[in-house]
Write a protein that binds this ligand. Structure first.
Ligand code: HEM
Length: 352
C-alpha cells in the first residue's frame, strides 16, 4: 500500500508557510503601491513633488493652490437637480457650505497678478451627514488630457532644456487649445466675478439608477469687470483677498450652479476637450458666500477638497483625474497637517 510521504512535522509547518506567503504578497503590494517595482509609474509622491518650486514646498501649506482665503455660505437647491441625481443636496432646501477662494500656485505668498488660474473649493453638507466636495477653476478647459500629461507639463515647465516645452507640446497638442485663455490679459478684478468649472466629468445617478454624465460650473451673479494683470499688480500683491473681504462684508455674493449634461459620445475622460456649447444645461440652485474668514485660523484650513468625496447620487466617471487628484490631495493634506509648526495658527485662534 502506498504511504503518504508527509510527516506530522511537515503539517505543523504549513501555518508558517501560509503566513510567510501572506506577508510576502502584502510586501509586494506595498512595494508596488510605493512605485518601487515600476520606477516609471506615476505615483502621488511624484505628482506632488512635481508641483514643488525649486526651493521646495511651502511647509504647512497646500502643495498647490496654496494662497487662499476661507468663506462660509449656503447652497440653496431649487429642486431641478433631482431629475438627474438622487443626491439629497439637490432636494429643494438650503445647505451649509465651507469654501475657499484660491490661486493656482504652490507659493502662498505669490502676487495676485502673477497667477492666471483662480480656484474655488466647496464642501456642502446635507442634514443626513453626506458631503459633496468639489475643487474647481476659472479656466474653461484643463491644459492637458490625463494625469501623466499633467506631470509631464510640470516637468517640462521646470526643465532647463530649451526644447522641453516644445517637445511637451509635440506630444500633447491639446495644450495649444488652452493657451488663448492662459495668455489672454482680460482677467477679472475679483474672485466674485469668476466662473468656477469642475472640468472633470462625473456621473449623476437618478432614482431609477440611470447614469447621466455631467460637468458643472458656478456662474457669478456679479458682472465681470476686466482688468489686465499689469493693472491688477498696481492694486497690491494681496488685492483679491482684500477685495473679496470688503465686497462680502458689504453684501452676500451669489453664483448659479449650472449642470451640463453630455450627449452620447461627448468626451468624458478628457477635461482638455470642451463639450459643444449647445449641450443641455440645468440651473440647480444658488451658492451664496456670506462670510469671509482668513485661512490661517479659518474653517477651510484643514479641509481636503478631494473631488472624490461625493454623496450617493454622484459618482466618478471614466475621467482619470479625480482618482489621481484624490491620491495627490491626500498626500498634500497629510504633509501640511503634520507641519503645523511651520504655519502656526495665531496664539488665540482669534479671527484676523
Ligand atoms: C493630476 C492633476 C492634479 C494634481 C496632481 C493636483 C494637485 C493638487 C494639490 C496637491 C492640491 C492641494 C490639496 C490640499 O492640500 O488640500 C490641489 C488643490 C486644488 N486643485 Fe488640484 N490637482 C490636479 C488637478 C486639478 C484640476 C483638474 C482642478 C480643477 C478642475 C484642480 C483644482 C484645484 C483647486 C481649486 C485646489 C484648491 C482646493 C482647496 O482650496 O483646498 N486641480 N491640487
Amino acid at each position: 500500500m502506498a504511504q503518504s510521504s508527509a510527516s506530522p512535522k511537515d503539517f505543523r509547518l504549513w501555518p508558517f508557510v501560509v503566513i510567510a506567503a501572506v506577508v510576502g504578497i502584502a510586501a509586494i503590494c506595498f512595494a508596488y503601491t510605493a512605485g518601487w517595482l515600476s520606477p516609471n509609474r506615476l505615483t502621488p509622491k511624484k505628482l506632488v513633488a512635481g508641483l514643488a518650486p525649486p526651493g521646495g514646498p511651502a511647509l504647512g501649506h497646500r502643495r498647490n493652490h496654496s494662497k487662499g482665503i476661507c468663506f462660509t455660505g449656503t447652497f440653496e437647491a431649487n429642486g431641478e437637480g433631482s431629475a438627474l441625481s438622487k443626491a439629497p443636496v439637490f432636494v429643494r432646501g438650503q445647505y451649509p457650505i465651507v469654501g475657499r477662494f484660491n490661486l493656482g500656485t504652490p507659493n502662498p505668498n505669490a502676487e495676485d497678478a502673477m497667477v492666471r488660474t483662480r480656484g474655488l473649493g466647496i464642501l456642502i453638507t446635507t442634514p443626513d451627514g453626506q458631503e459633496w466636495r468639489s475643487a474647481m477653476i476659472n479656466a474653461p478647459i484643463f491644459p492637458v488630457s490625463n494625469p501623466q500629461a499633467f506631470y509631464d507639463l510640470l516637468t517640462a515647465s521646470a526643465s532647463k532644456d530649451p526644447n522641453a516645452m516644445k517637445n511637451f507640446i509635440g506630444a500633447n497638442p491639446g495644450f495649444l487649445t488652452f493657451l488663448p485663455w492662459a495668455k489672454s490679459d482680460q482677467w477679472t478684478e475679483s474672485y466674485a466675478e469668476e466662473p468656477y468649472n469642475s472640468l472633470n466629468s462625473f456621473l449623476f445617478v437618478d432614482e431609477s439608477g440611470t447614469k447621466h454624465p455631467v460637468r458643472w460650473s458656478l456662474i457669478p451673479a456679479a458682472q465681470p469687470v476686466s482688468i489686465s494683470p499689469a493693472e491688477l499688480g498696481k492694486r497690491g500683491p494681496d488685492y483679491l483677498e482684500q477685495e473679496i473681504t470688503q465686497r462680502v462684508a458689504a453684501g452676500p455674493q451669489h453664483w448659479k450652479l449650472m449642470v451640463t449634461v453630455a450627449n452620447p459620445g461627448d468626451p468624458t475622460a478628457d477635461p482638455n476637450k470642451a463639450w459643444p456649447a449647445d449641450r443641455r444645461t440645468i440651473d440647480v440652485g444658488t451658492m451664496t458666500v456670506q462670510q469671509i474668514e482668513p485661512e490661517r485660523d479659518g474653517p477651510c484650513r484643514d479641509i481636503n477638497y478631494d473631488p472624490t468625496v461625493l454623496p450617493a447620487g454622484i459618482t466618478t466617471s471614466d475621467d482619470p483625474f479625480p482618482a489621481a487628484r484624490s491620491a495627490a490631495y491626500s498626500r498634500s493634506y497629510n504633509s501640511r497637517t503634520a507641519e503645523e509648526a511651520d504655519y502656526p495658527r495665531t496664539a488665540t485662534g482669534a479671527k484676523q
